[in-house]
Design a protein around this ligand. Structure first.
Ligand code: FES
Ligand SMILES: [Fe+2]
Length: 437
């Protein structure tokens, strides 16, 4: 029998391999982590018009995210109230009704049930008002990013994100007309545990010079080594970036300049990036204008790769499989030609066939294999690098340290342990933790 407290040491310097591989732990995660967090669903620019919808997931639960006829945003579980079939089969689109293929019950995009074809043949009419799709109890947006939660009493999204907004806004607020998500996400599966992609993007930039030695130029790694910072505004969230010294010329500071787009995209894209950077101080203030972002994570499973402007969600499909969803996020008012180059930049590095994505995925898959080695589960992983080096910063919220400090991961796993411990006895009994091993 395993105890949850044994999965993560009190200082989080040691994490059990079972945290990654145990099916019983995964069942606890569904309730304790995914049942009680704000989970990213999509961006408002994906559903601009009444009737627009996109598919989403909250852990393994399929969701339809839609804009209703009243222009409001709705999130409902994609499962018919009659026999459970998905009523929406398309990844995205615009419709007036979702019609279930089995017996053709039909629903408005807001989830309400409008027609039961068999109704006229029966004497007792079902109460359609009670038979709509099951709604996600809490849905809120911030900066166009829509989140849902299964926890009715969860704190508001704004306070959940807390000071993580300071770091996310360093990107969002650079653009006068915000950002847009380009089309449907790329989706692919990786034979890994959902937490490793997340941990990687919460703050693990120190694998760059090693795992990505053939791709990332030595000067870029040196820059990260010299001026890289890892900030934890709240346990479970994280932001890594280079804080460029005052007086750094625009061309060394501009967001995206390290990407393929700027290298291959010619003068148009460079001019555009320089223009954005030239206004950055006025738009986001001095210190955030000097932030050249790397990777971010928002608890539990949303991440953001700033240089390649990609948001990603690590959707678990069991302890050893991830369905990775990945969006290209680009400035809404950039010229079309620049948007195209920025998307190419994203997919070259971090799309499903992206060079860095492939190298990362291989590491994540190998880690999952390592978490399942027979006779090794009493040898936990070491997470103690930089213990105690994290400190408050005069101008940046949260605890801040060098990028070698694994505090971002320790903070995540402490929160994760608490989340698992918060699962009620009733749920824990049902999951029968002890019986699985
Ligand atoms: S299962 Fe949907 S209408 Fe019967
Ligand atoms: Fe990587």
């Amino acid at each position: 029998m395993i105890k949850i407290s044994d999965l993560v040491s009190d200082d989080a310097a040691y994490i059990s391999r079972r945290a990654w591989s145990d099916p019983a732990v995964y069942q606890l995660e569904k309730h304790g982590v995914f049942g009680k967090a704000w989970l990213f669903l999509g961006h408002e620019t994906q559903i601009k018009h009444p009737g627009d919808f996109v598919q989403a997931y909250m852990c393994e639960t399929p969701i339809i995210l839609a804009r209703g006829e009243d222009n409001k945003i709705y999130a409902n579980i994609n499962s018919c109230s009659h026999r459970g079939l998905p009523v929406c089969r398309a990844d995205h689109g615009n419709t007036k009704r979702f019609v279930c293929p089995y017996h053709n019950w039909s629903y408005k995009v807001d989830g309400s049930l409008v027609a039961i074809p068999q109704e006229k043949m029966v004497s007792q009419k079902p109460d359609k008002n009670t038979l709509g799709l099951k709604p996600v109890p809490r849905v809120e947006s911030w900066q166009g990013m829509i989140f849902g939660s299964f926890d009715e009493s969860i704190e508001p999204l704004d306070s959940y994100l807390g000071d993580m907004r300071f770091y996310l806004d360093a990107f969002f607020d650079r653009f006068e007309n915000g950002i847009e998500f380009a089309g449907a996400p790329h989706r692919w599966t990786i034979n890994a545990n959902w937490k490793l992609p997340m941990e990687n993007q919460l703050g693990d930039v120190n694998h760059g010079p090693f795992l990505h030695s053939a791709v990332i130029p030595a000067e870029a790694n040196q820059e990260i080594f010299d001026v890289g910072l890892s900030a934890v505004p709240h346990p479970g969230h994280g932001a890594t970036f280079r804080l460029m010294p005052e007086g750094t010329p625009n061309e060394n500071m501009a967001w995206g300049m390290e990407g393929m787009g700027a290298i291959l995209g010619g003068s148009e894209v460079k001019e555009y990036l320089f223009e954005i950077q030239a206004k950055a101080k006025e738009r986001v203030g001095d210190i955030r204008a000097r932030m050249k972002g790397l990777t971010y994570g928002v608890y539990p499973n949303l991440s953001f790769l700033w240089s390649n402007t990609s948001f990603k969600v690590s959707h678990p499909r069991g302890p050893g499989k991830v369905e990775y969803w990945s969006w290209s996020a680009i400035p809404a008012d950039a010229p079309d030609s620049v948007k195209k180059i920025l998307r190419t930049n994203y997919s070259s590095f971090f799309g499903p066939g992206g060079i860095l994505e492939q190298e990362d995925s291989e590491a994540w898959m190998q880690q999952f294999i390592g978490s399942n080695i027979d006779f090794a589960d009493d040898k936990p992983y070491y997470y103690g690098l930089g213990m105690g080096d994290e400190k408050p910063h005069p101008e940046l919220p949260g605890m801040v340290s060098s990028t070698a400090n694994e505090y971002y991961a320790r903070a995540f796993f402490k929160r994760w342990r608490e989340a698992l411990e918060s699962v009620s006895d009733q749920d824990a009994n049902r999951i029968a933790l002890a019986e699985v091993r």
